[in-house]
Design a binder for this molecule. Structure first.
Ligand code: SF4
Ligand code: FE
Length: 488
């Protein structure tokens, strides 16, 4: 298993094409825009060597029997899923941010499980390749990112109906030694500081779309890949100094990037789906439900930090004991623990997969993510309500340090009981960073937009069974076989 420092060194060895703010970046480890994202991911490596956290951050590989980082583990049972959510909450608490590596973990599990089922139907060799790939990822302790979201163009049209066929990533050539793919993936969490990209289809596909039914893994320095780093709220502050960033060490987002695949060659050994359109949804559902259940854990950990910041600001404002404020803190705790309860529920009621892995309970995973989309806004509203307007208007670190005007900030922004202005400003900045636009949008659209959780929900909820329960208790006879399902 790598340490955080070894992880940083491994990133330096990658020769990639990365652009940020219109400029080419040769080494992400030496650029101020990426330090927080790299620090956060590095913690997933360092904690695996920390005696206090080792039990949570490591697992035993079912493939090799070796001790591995849990972020490369194939879930084997309920205990694995429960430990995973505990690990995610802990990391959320320690970073207050997105630590990115779960997307690759879920992609490894999705590919591992789905390929087995494809082979069962088509006699293909995908699962053996997936196992070999997982073993390599475990041995080398790789950080993988999940290439999921295509640009999608006109969303009323299927992939093969788009005016520009590249708006969904697809196979453009099949060769003896592999395939060539073209397209792009958006919002790629941890993209510029991952070793590998695991690409999967973004939607259910039909026969006509079979060139889009493709899954594979490539090293992030494969020729033809272009990374374009996303603009983030207040990112220029990273070029200025520490205080105004709010959480300079770990930031507040997953460092998302757009990744362009310009006729990228993928050897067959790294291809996990190619043309079996009826399994695009199977793979997608494995991935999305794993990832949706995670949100109740990582976001609960992040919410813990927000609750702490809000409580401390209330204290600094002299209203820490006020019953109205305390009730708002109770509400925040209720929201955070509900999220965590959902993640635990989805994990505790999971089931074995045909491949011998273990999957979360899909409907509970969807509920977890829908709640995350709602509760994040509620948590922030309550935090803003208690913290006050200075979260939005407080002057800069340069003003605080200024020889002439710094004294005004020291005097007028002092807190109750003589708390120094700087302590209050630091908390205002932390709450501001944790409330930034990418944080809110990620809660809504990360792991799929709310509609993608709602659509499968009625199917997963088995509405017919519920109707039968109601009929039974109300004394309404069940319809005769073949009779229309008239509810009357
Ligand atoms: Fe992990 Fe949460 Fe970030 Fe997704 S949003 S990668 S689950 S920390
Ligand atoms: Fe995410």
């Amino acid at each position: 298993m790598m340490t955080g420092e070894e992880y940083r060194q491994s990133l330096r060895r990658l020769r990639r094409t990365i652009y940020a703010l219109g400029e080419r970046v040769e080494d992400v480890t030496g650029h101020p825009l990426f330090q927080d994202h790299i620090n956060t991911a590095a913690l997933t490596y360092d904690l695996a060597h920390d005696p206090q956290h080792q039990a949570l951050l490591t697992a035993t590989s079912h493939l090799t029997g070796k001790r591995i980082n849990r972020f490369t583990h194939i879930q084997q049972d309920t205990e694995d899923l429960m430990k995973k959510v505990q690990m995610l909450r802990l990391l959320g608490q320690l970073t207050g941010s997105c630590f990115q590596r779960c997307a690759g973990l879920d992609a490894l599990n999705a590919v591992y499980n789905a390929t087995y089922q494809v082979d069962q139907k088509y006699g293909t060799d995908y699962h053996r390749r997936a196992r070999d790939y997982v073993a390599r990822a475990q041995d080398a302790d790789l950080m993988c990112e999940a290439g999921m979201t295509d640009p999608k163009g006109d969303r009323s049209l299927r992939p093969s109906q788009q005016a520009d066929p590249d708006l969904y990533l697809h196979v453009v050539e099949r060769r003896k030694d592999g395939i060539v793919v073209r397209g792009a993936k958006l919002h790629q969490t941890g993209a510029v500081n991952s070793h590998e990209i695991i690409v999967m289809p973004t939607t259910a596909l039909r026969e006509d779309d079979k060139d889009y039914a493709v899954a594979f893994a490539v090293p992030s320095d494969t020729p033809g890949l272009v990374f374009i780093f996303g603009r983030q709220t207040n990112d220029q502050r990273k070029l200025e100094g520490e205080l105004d960033q709010g959480n300079a060490r770990y930031g507040y987002t997953g460092g998302e990037a757009m990744v362009v695949f310009n006729d990228v060659f993928v050897p067959w050994e790294r291809v996990f789906l190619c043309g079996e359109h009826d399994f695009a949804l199977v793979m997608l559902e494995y991935f999305s439900c794993y990832h949706r259940s995670n949100y109740g854990a990582c976001k609960a950990g992040v919410a813990d930090v927000l609750i702490g910041a809000t409580a401390l600001l209330a204290e600094y404002n002299g209203v820490g004991a006020n019953p109205i404020v305390r009730d708002k803190l109770v509400e925040m705790v209720h929201l955070a623990e509900t999220l965590y309860a959902c993640a635990n529920g989805a994990s505790a009621t999971g089931r074995a997969t045909p491949a011998g892995g273990w999957w979360v309970n899909p409907i509970m995973a969807n509920v977890t993510k829908l709640n995350t989309a709602r509760f994040t806004y509620d948590l922030l509203r309550l935090a803003h309500d208690v913290s006050g307007g200075l979260v939005a208007t407080v002057p800069s670190e340069r003003d605080l340090r200024h020889p002439e005007i710094g004294k005004y900030l020291e005097k007028y922004l002092k807190g109750a009981g003589g708390v120094p202005a700087e302590h209050r400003i630091r908390l205002f900045r932390l709450v501001e960073a944790m409330s930034s636009c990418p944080v809110m949008l990620e809660a809504v659209h990360g792991a799929g937009s709310p509609a993608t959780q709602r659509i499968p929900m009625l199917r997963q909820a088995e509405l017919d069974k519920k109707v039968a329960m109601a009929r039974e208790l109300a004394g309404i006879p069940a319809p005769a076989p073949g009779e229309a399902k008239a509810r009357g």
